[in-house]
Design a protein around this ligand. Sequence first.
Ligand code: MN
Length: 343
Amino acid sequence: MVEEAKNLLDWSQWGRQWIEHLRRHKTLNRELERHLHKFEETFTVIGRQASKLDSTTESDELPVLITRAEQVQEQFHHFLRLAQLSEDEHLEGEVREPVQESMNAQPAVAEEVQVPVEPEPVSYPGAREPVRAARPVAVGRHTLPPLPYAYNALEPYIDEATMQIHHNKLHQKYVDDLNTAERKLAEARESGNFDLVRHWARELAFNGAGHYLHTIFWPSMSPNGGGTPSGDLAAAINRYFGSYDAFKRQFSQAAEKVEGPGWAILVWSPRAHHLEILTAEKHQNLSQWDVIPLLALDVWEHAYFLAYQNQRDKYVENWWNIVNWPYVEERFEKARKLRWEPY
Ligand code: MN
């Protein structure tokens, strides 16, 4: 089977996992439940169609199916925002309108193909990235990703109560506060009043880093986890750290010795082309993980003191005259090819 068809099957399963998650954890009104049912049918139908593509190697159906899946995914993201944000009263009015529109405009893929719609039992193989999401996360529209397993699934290693609070309350709070920071900064751009930019930039970093790291954290664990890595990752670990045991020792030590709250993080450097173990205090200080820098301005005094003394503002103002945009554009073109599922 071609790779894209497999991806579509994964995608179909991903969608049905989401639906399962929403039914378990969200209070949905009849309207939302109706849409949810429709999405369930659509995910199932596209999955079935993708599985039939097995025998037909050179078929026009695949690109059509992928386009449909991308449309459905976009609509589903609208839906998820509505389902999550509708619990948040002060956002309700604001969100309902555009989502409502897109719901009405939804082409009912399921109606075009008559296939039984009984979904297969849902398992939790972990989060995967099936169809590349075309839709960026708009200002203030981050959402809590679902836990890819039950809250008690990691017991006895991590208890259910911890998982409930950690995912449902704490991670949700990072998402909410990140959204607030993004909206406040949008307002500042609108009004031109940047008096609170330092505050909101801190909020952006703390909550954005918190949101992104937790979004990586949940699928990094599994009730079927443990063991050792294989394939290219195992080779890269052996090459750089010497052995898996050496890597594990350093990672554990790094984690144990973070001063105060924080993280141990295995990273890939696109610059050095090797792995590294880094730590973060709190989540950020003052950046977000899971982002790639495109344009950086050094505002240490050593960068400007000889000519500007303490006038950092003059230095910053003049610096815009020498920004090399083609280089930034090139970094952007490369970086934008790396896409994770938006939350
Ligand atoms: Mn946490």
